[in-house]
Unconditional design. Structure first.
Lengths: 358, 313, 255
């Protein structure tokens, strides 16, 4: 029983969160930030599979998120809402809470297939060159969606949030939060279970010594396909949740800057550590959001002590100067991230008593 | 307009001319990517933004020289002659300080290569967003230093700025090629990429070679930025990202680390892009450029001129 | 039928002929050696046999099946394992996990069973765990099961690598310089050890080795190559007195 303590605690925390949101105790902004944290957790964890466990350097992970977001949004609109694009809904809207997983699964499968763009070249290429391929993949995906006018091209696509609204009309619950929590849960379970199995350890073997892996019977090409597909599939999950949360997706939201955000979270947390990356995703999202408040404060502060000329105002454009700067300092002084490739349970072995590792 | 064979030939030649110009910008940036990669095995992702900074510096320097406050400024030609070397000096200072402040401490610490690459990526973001934050998103217009003269060669429009740019790019390439293949410093640069530890045995300090590489690469990128400003006077902060990425791809396609490769790759990419633009909506050019990159890397991971990687046991 | 039959193997890298017309035969339950000066092409032979290189010409038949053209992992699954000249262990996972992964070709469950933790998965993992522990026990490495290989002394790392190769239960074991970096008394231990695993597991061993003591006392048959060409083959006694071999090792002048 003791071994399940943390799991029970986390479930309880999730339930309390949902309860608070349901009772209307959390204001819209807080809810928004919590949902974003969840989405970022999934995004970062999925990237961690490739960049952390497999030791490749994927810089274009947002591309797969884009695939998930757009196909998910399309599926959602087609299945549950009347639209000019697809005509009448396939299912009556009260089916939405039950059949929404179809949307999630559909988005994940398409994103996973998109992962093949990177997985197949990875047979022959590694390191820098593979990094470049991932960048190219990201840009290719964006530019494909930019060129499909039916879904709005560069203007983007919207309307999928009606599905979430339909769920709320049926049963009044904070559905977005619930689906995000489920998503995070699935993501952690999948990666955890994968990486503790001998099957998944093939990924670490490829990371450490690909030649030895192949020579000792590991089908490295299959391992790579599996890792890239799982990773991009989960990124697709992050994407479809993001699309439903924001209700407006255009390909530009998934450019290299978004991929860079993923990299920041993975390297902040420590490559190959689930708990580390989760911590980093939370910290990073909070940091980005808090800059909304910190920068105006900094602006006022500098003005009041006269360090800034009256004519100049610090604004949110500085956020993306501060964030990379922080990452540079992190690389310089703590390159292994919060936890390195260790889990929280390795840093605090006593935690092991309270948690099951399976 | 009547469609005829002659028209399509003229159109084709016009696209070739445009391709040459765009290729020159790609080449000037790609050379820097390749030089640094050749020496340090580092993808200097901030390099595209050095190009962008070059364009802005060129803009500030030439407007300042043309009309300093309270004084009558220099003539446009004198400005051009003075502003180009000044821009190059400043961008090379920028390149060297990036190396000093951001990359070298990490490398000296023996950090994993990827950390240095990410640091470079971050430096690029800082340059780009710092510029946006400082100057705002307003578009600055580059002053006209040389009056544009358009020549009509069998229906193909070519102007003097275009010619100037292409010739400069070719000269820069020849100069760099000479430096890398013939001079003592160039030999040292090639030696570093083979064996970092044997270099001090040649009597050349490693840091000197690295600094020299960054000076060369960044100066050439600055030159590229300046020329780009002359040809496309509207400056944008994301040009480092948009043009820089393409140039990077060009370097990779040619075989990153090879000066020749960067040059050939740049023109190849530019031609593909202009040809796509000629027959399809311009939004497709990215799609084609990147797809070509992907296919080339898939089948020949080290590019056209790159040495094939061999795994050893 | 020989366990391994190589005929007319040729390998060119660009313009360099690394191996020319190499033929070789290995019977079941034999220990044989492949020797030659540095750069003679010995490791190239192993790399071709284990599937890492595709030979320019020639044929490799293992256990009655043509294996050149197969991927290394497929060849491993057919019952061949090897060690490396420079140790190649997975340093980011424990010694036990290193053993586990040697069973990768015989996992017996799929991705989805791993995710859903099916009965099949649990049974297979238990099986793998047992075999991994068995391999450690055999090699007297049980105490180090939870260590990372990089934290072990060199000699132990070699043993872990050997254990990993044995954990895949091979019929043919390729050893690439097993005694490299070992001193004389360690080498003696190694000789006993190899003899023991040879008898215990009824396997065939083909080794590349520089230390003559090891080769001479273990191998029933030797092949000598130089510059990619076979210059002699025979029993250790014959090889010891073969003038071509002495010339290859010591140069012309000393004769």
């Amino acid at each position: 029983m003791q071994r399940y303590a943390i799991n029970i605690l986390l479930c309880a925390a999730a339930l309390i969160l949902v309860g608070l949101a349901h009772a209307g105790k959390l204001d819209g902004y807080v809810l928004h930030v919590i949902t974003l944290i969840g989405i970022n957790c999934i995004f970062a964890l999925s990237l961690n599979l490739v960049n952390g466990y497999m030791g490749e350097f994927s810089c274009g992970h947002a591309g797969f998120m884009c695939v998930g977001a757009l196909t998910g949004a399309l599926l959602s609109v087609a299945l549950f809402t009347d639209s000019t694009l697809f005509g009448t809904a396939i299912f009556a809207s009260h089916w939405a809470p039950f059949l929404f997983p179809l949307v999630l699964i559909g988005a994940m499968i398409t994103a996973a297939l998109a992962g093949l763009i990177v997985a197949l070249p990875s047979f022959k290429t590694r390191d820098d060159y593979l990094a470049i391929i991932t960048i190219a993949a990201n840009l290719i995906i964006i530019s494909i969606f930019n060129n499909i006018d039916a879904i709005g091209g560069p203007r983007g696509f919207l309307g999928q949030q009606q599905t979430i609204n339909a769920m709320s009309n049926f049963i009044k619950l904070p559905w977005m939060l619930i689906w995000t929590l489920i998503g995070v849960f699935i993501c952690v379970i999948v990666i955890r279970r994968l990486m503790t199995s001998t099957y998944g350890k093939g990924v670490s073997a490829v990371c450490q010594n690909e030649v030895a892996a192949e020579m000792m019977g590991v089908n490295t090409n299959r391992v790579k396909i599996m890792a890239f597909m799982v990773s991009s599939g989960l990124a697709g999950l992050a994407g479809v949740l993001y699309a439903h949360h924001i209700d407006y997706v255009n390909p530009k939201s998934f450019d290299l800057l978004k991929s860079t955000e993923g990299l920041v979270m993975v390297y902040l947390g420590g490559m190959g550590s689930i708990t580390g990356v989760l911590m980093a995703a939370v910290a990073f999202t909070l940091l980005v959001e808090s800059l909304r408040f910190i920068i105006p404060m900094l602006n006022n502060g500098l003005h009041s002590i006269g360090l800034l000329p009256e004519s100049y105002h610090l604004d949110q454009k500085w956020a993306w100067v501060f964030i990379p700067l922080m990452l540079i300092l992190l690389m310089r002084f703590r390159p292994e991230g919060f936890l390195g490739n260790r889990e929280l349970t390795h840093v605090f072995p006593r935690l092991k008593r309270w948690i099951t590792l399976k | 307009m009547e469609f005829s064979l002659q028209n399509s030939i003229v159109n084709f030649l016009q696209q070739c001319a445009n391709g040459l110009e765009i290729g020159s910008f790609y080449a000037l940036i790609a050379l820097g990517y390749s030089l640094v990669y050749g020496v340090l095995r580092l993808i200097n992702f901030a390099h595209g933004d050095v190009f962008m900074v070059g364009a802005y510096l060129g803009f500030f320097i030439s407007t300042a020289l043309l009309a300093p406050e309270g004084m009558s400024g220099l003539s446009p030609i004198a400005t051009l002659i003075l502003a180009i070397p000044l821009t190059m000096i400043f961008t090379s200072l920028l390149g060297v300080s990036l190396e000093r402040v951001a990359y070298r401490p990490l490398m000296r610490k023996g950090a994993h290569r990827l950390y240095v690459v990410i640091t470079a990526l971050m430096c690029g973001l800082i340059l780009q967003n710092g510029n946006v934050a400082l100057l705002g998103a307003s578009h600055s217009a580059f002053p006209e230093l040389v009056p544009v003269v358009v020549y009509d060669v069998w229906g193909v429009n070519i102007n003097n700025v275009m010619l100037f740019i292409v010739i400069t790019a070719v000269l820069v390439f020849l100069a760099l090629h000479f430096i890398v293949s013939r001079t003592r410093m160039g030999m040292a640069m090639r030696a570093v990429s083979w064996d970092k530890f044997a270099l001090p045995l040649m009597g050349i300090p490693l840091n000197k070679v690295i600094v020299f590489t960054f000076v060369l690469g960044s100066a050439v990128a600055g030159l590229g930025g300046f020329l780009h400003g002359m040809s496309y006077p509207v400056l944008e902060q994301d040009m480092g990202a948009s043009i820089g990425w393409k140039a990077f791809i060009a370097a990779v396609v040619g075989g990153i680390g090879e000066v020749r490769g960067a040059f050939v790759g740049a023109f190849l990419l530019a031609f593909v892009e202009t040809m796509v633009n000629a027959f399809l909506p311009s939004t497709y050019s990215d799609l084609f450029a990147f797809s070509i990159l992907l296919l080339i890397l898939w089948h020949r991971p080290t590019g056209i001129f790159g040495r094939p990687l061999t795994a050893k046991i | 039928m020989p366990l391994l039959k190589i005929s007319g193997l040729t390998q060119r890298f660009g313009g360099i002929q690394a191996l020319s017309d190499f033929s070789f035969q290995l019977e079941e339950h034999e220990i044989v050696g492949l020797i030659g000066p540095n750069g003679a092409g010995k490791t190239t032979v192993f790399n071709i046999v284990s599937g890492f290189y595709k030979p320019t010409e020639g044929k490799v038949v293992f256990n009655g099946r043509r294996i050149n053209g197969l991927k290394p992992h497929q060849i491993t699954a057919l019952g061949m394992a090897r060690t490396f000249q420079n140790i190649r262990l997975w340093n980011n996972m424990t010694v036990l996990d290193n053993m586990r992964l040697a069973r990768y070709a015989w996992l017996g469950y799929s991705f989805w069973s791993a995710i859903f933790r099916t009965q099949r998965y649990r049974r297979a993992e238990k099986n793998i765990e047992n075999q991994a522990r068995e391999a450690l026990e055999m090699m007297e490495l049980t105490d180090y099961a939870e260590e990372l290989p990089k934290n072990l002394p060199y000699g132990l790392q070699r043993r872990v690598e050997l254990a990993r190769a044995l954990a895949s239960k091979p019929r043919l074991l390729l050893l690439d310089e097993p005694a490299a970096g070992l001193n004389s008394s360690d080498a003696d231990d190694l000789i006993h050890f190899i003899r023991w695993i040879h008898d215990e597991f009824k396997l065939s061993i083909w080794m590349i080795e520089h230390q003559m003591k090891v080769v001479m006392s273990l191998c029933q048959h030797l092949t000598v190559i130089d510059f990619g060409c076979t210059i002699a083959s025979g029993t250790p006694e014959e090889i010891r007195n073969n003038p071509d071999v002495i010339k290859a090792y010591l140069g012309d002048d000393t004769l």
